[in-house]
Ligand binder design. Structure first.
Ligand code: HEM
Length: 470
């Protein structure tokens, strides 16, 4: 894999991506290609970025075969109108279930429907606004901590600490600051084993696969369980329903008088804890990377924030006015969608397009990574240009070409939460600082369940004004 950045011309820097191979990946090709197994997106051939749909085959088991779909109308059917016939692909669940149990992300059918209904009001815009002061307070503390570093520091680790602190308080009213490092190390250890998990899912029969995955994931689960349990105990003691988990427990009790079992609550806590921090932290890391390549955008964001709020702390009411800041987050999620692949399996024959019918049992891959860089859907798809998310260009964009949060009934329940959180973190940093990632020329995206940079981002953060340190 070439690490050097593509430079179209001196001023125009194209953000890092693996150079696609010419041909469809084969097992031998993937094993021989540097990073081929450890980085799935590196094995996606050039024509996948142009195709409407095509077959793929990786491995020997039926798990490794399927159809890649890039056509918005077919994607609408898979994720929205025919969603009930496209449950989540079993391999993805086999990886996540041992860690998350039967939480919102990993259940299907009746159990999922009930829990989604219970959780939905908690994630409505009116409820999320209550968390804005927390987002801003935590972001301001993060700015202070970053400014305290006299030299380069790992800004990706700071983003993980920050988003864990936020999710800890919002979901659970728990101070996870002291545990942040061990939680994030446990998550990283599991994600780093993804190549083995991938091989197990593509090449082994299901029983053996489950044993391999269980062996890899169970140490992480054992590490997370004490946090989840203490959070559940704390939520049970609480009188008021200020946290997401307390609201969920209260709503369940009101619905049927019985509420959620301890195991159900544990699984939802683990789900919110993991789905709710790693994704936003990684998005922020990609934003720092992109804004290092395009420092002129840091000046534009600084001007916007100062126009909207001056030097006062930002609020939820400011968010609709922070249009450029929001566009930078949208563009970051387009170029580096943390959930790079969505997998489903047809449970009956479905006609997706005039010329495409998928038989029952077909694995379907909808890849935000490919879709967001598809030559027919985007102008200059590999360039960083947040203005594509503003004005008419954004208004006229066909649906189902931009899916950082998935789509249909299984769309990310935390999307509104994540966007408000990311906008307020970015705006608070831009209000007070400049950020530069020193090793940006060595960064490459790596798809391991989530799409992460392949290396820790070493950054320097400098104050906008000499007296900004507190
Ligand atoms: C930038 C941040 C985030 C991104 C890019 C993201 C992305 C996604 C995607 C793509 C899915 C759908 C997966 C699929 O269909 O297979 C999903 C589901 C989910 N996300 Fe997020 N997410 C983010 C932040 C959050 C946050 C902050 C929370 C919680 C506070 C959260 C909780 C969940 C849950 C519970 C689900 C499962 C929903 C269901 O199936 O009903 N996510 N997320």
């Amino acid at each position: 894999m070439s690490i050097a950045m593509d430079r179209a011309c001196a001023e125009e820097i194209i953000p890092a991506r693996p150079t696609p191979p010419k041909d469809t990946p084969t097992l031998a090709g993937m094993l021989l290609r540097p990073g081929g197994i450890s980085n799935l997106i590196a094995s996606y051939p050039a024509f996948w970025y142009k195709a409407r749909y095509c077959d793929f085959r990786v491995g020997f088991s039926s798990n490794g075969r399927g159809i890649l779909v890039n056509e918005p109308e077919a994607i609408r059917k898979i994720l929205v109108s025919e969603a009930e016939h496209f449950p989540k692909e079993e391999n993805q669940l086999a990886i996540l279930k041992p860690l998350l149990g039967n939480g919102l992300l990993t259940t299907e059918g009746q159990v999922w429907r009930r829990n989604r209904k219970l959780a939905a009001p908690i994630f409505q815009h009116s409820s999320i606004k209550d968390f804005a002061p927390l987002f801003v307070r935590a972001a301001e503390r993060s700015v202070s901590l970053s400014l305290e570093n006299s030299g380069p520091f790992s800004i990706d680790k700071e983003m993980t600490r920050l988003t864990l602190q936020i999710i800890g308080e919002a979901v659970l009213d728990a101070d996870l600051d002291d545990s942040a490092e061990s939680i994030s190390d446990a998550v990283t250890r599991t994600l780093d084993k993804f190549p083995i998990i991938f091989l197990a899912t593509a090449f082994l029969p299901n029983k053996v696969r489950n044993r391999v995955v269980e062996a890899i994931v169970s140490p992480t689960r054992r590490q997370l369980d004490p946090y989840a349990r203490s959070i559940v105990a704390q939520a049970e003691r609480q009188e008021s329903e200020t946290t997401l988990i307390a609201r969920l427990m209260g709503a369940a009790k009101r619905e049927d008088g019985e509420g959620l079992t301890a195991t159900q609550v544990r699984d939802e806590v683990a789900t919110f804890l993991l789905a709710g921090h790693e994704t936003t932290a990684t998005t922020m890391s990609w934003a720092w990377y992109l804004l290092t390549l395009h420092p002129e955008w840091q000046e534009r964001l600084h001007d916007e924030v100062r126009d909207v709020a001056g030097e006062r702390p930002l609020t939820a009411e400011d968010v609709p006015s922070l249009l450029l800041t929001r566009a930078v987050i949208d563009e970051t999620l387009r170029l580096y969608p943390v959930v790079a692949n969505l997998m489903r399996r047809a449970d009956k024959e479905v006609q997706l397009l005039d010329d495409l019918t998928v038989p029952a049992g077909t694995t379907v891959l909808v890849s935000p990574w490919l879709l967001h860089r598809h030559e027919r859907h985007w102008r200059e798809p590999h360039r960083f240009d947040p203005t594509r998310f503003m004005g008419e260009e954004a208004a006229n964009r066909p649906r189902h070409t931009y899916l950082p949060f998935g789509g249909g009934p299984r769309i990310c329940i935390g999307a509104g939460f994540a966007i408000m959180e990311a906008v307020l973190i970015l705006a608070t940093y831009m209000q007070k600082t400049r950020v530069r990632v020193l090793n940006a020329d060595r960064v490459m995206p790596q798809a391991r369940i989530v799409l992460r940079p392949n290396t820790s981002l070493q950054a320097v953060v400098t104050p906008r004004q000499p007296d900004i340190r507190r």
